[in-house]
Design a protein around this ligand. Sequence first.
Ligand SMILES: Nc1ncnc2c1ncn2[C@@H]1O[C@H](COP(=O)(O)OP(=O)(O)OP(=O)(O)O)[C@@H](O)[C@H]1O
Ligand SMILES: [Mg+2]
Length: 237
Amino acid sequence: MSDNYLEIQGLHVYYGNIHALHGIDLSVGKNEIVSIVGVNGAGKSTLMWAIAGVLPIAGGTLLFDGAPLPTSPHRIVALGISLVPERRRLFSTLTLRENLIMGAIRRTDREGIAADMERVFALYPVLKERMSQRAGTLSGGEQQMLAIARALMSRPSVLLLDEPSLGLAPLVTEALFDTILKIRDEGVTVVLVEQNAFQALEISDRGYVMQIGKMAESAPAAELLGNPLIRKTYLGG
Ligand SMILES: Nc1ncnc2c1ncn2[C@@H]1O[C@H](COP(=O)(O)OP(=O)(O)OP(=O)(O)O)[C@@H](O)[C@H]1O
Ligand SMILES: [Mg+2]
């Protein structure tokens, strides 16, 4: 099962009359980091929302660990797939700690929740110091760490990250990407959507390049990074 832990074939998604995804194929192996890069409006976020069950699917097959993915977002989270949406969507008037607890809202194992809170503080020590601070008062980088930490509180086996580096300074982005590698090392499979295509591919095993509504390329990340045509056409360099 490890080659196609998350397997998507022929996915179609519409917004009313707008045909946003035209038969997308995506295959993610267990414990891989897979990046999806592509221009604005290509449909990267649409793809993430569709996997997370937030958008209705007009056609195609979505399998997780060999079984069809449920259609309800709650059941998809319960199954172990957790989305950190673009622009974070934190509860800005709640404290950092309350945001983390919201991430574990469907769990009842108090000890497990406490242990996972320690686990995310080990990953993001700065969050521990800010536990009682309202999320809206954190820096952009801290808010992104909190958004990922909150998703980790549902104990996902697959983490979907939509533009985690958006609006962050280069050094903060670099630190954030280091923690994505650590999360993977703890056994989490990561699907990463990024505008920072080069940096994303540098920490990825494989990459997909999306054009408007379609997948244009998929290859090992190093191969995409080393291909001059791909660099020029899709990676802006
Ligand atoms: N709620 C919506 N209603 C109608 N069309 C939408 C909606 N959300 C997105 N779209 C359209 O679907 C297409 C894909 O958008 P999407 O946000 O998935 O792209 P993206 O690759 O994530 O872009 P970006 O890099 O800007 O985040 C675009 O043409 C967009 O205008
Ligand atoms: Mg997007």
